[in-house]
Design a protein. Structure first.
Length: 97
């Protein structure tokens, strides 16, 4: 657990640079930053859930690890609903009717 945390702390600066670059690209493309932030949060949840599940598996608690992964997937789905809604509405507007 210590090693995993140390590696994560070592990579924080690189992660910050990547997030900044994505936000600049989104601003240049005039994409609503709410969607970009939501996607970044979803990515963060995925990484945190995976990290927590791996730690739990290393501790010999596979059943708990499965529940952590399920919880992460549910959180991701819940956060993605607004983006999916906008995508569906856009597609419906594009269909002649």
């Amino acid at each position: 657990m210590f090693t995993g945390s140390a590696i994560f702390l070592f990579l924080v600066d690189q992660i910050y640079q990547i997030i900044s670059m994505i936000q600049k690209l989104a601003a240049n493309a005039k994409v609503n930053l709410v969607y970009v932030e939501t996607i970044l949060k979803i990515i963060g949840i995925a990484y945190i859930a995976e990290f927590a599940a791996q730690i739990t598996k290393d501790a010999g608690q596979g059943a708990i690890a499965s529940k952590i992964e399920l919880g992460g997937k549910i959180l991701i789905l819940a956060m993605a609903i607004p983006i999916l809604t906008v995508m569906i509405e856009t597609i419906i507007r594009l269909i002649p009717g």
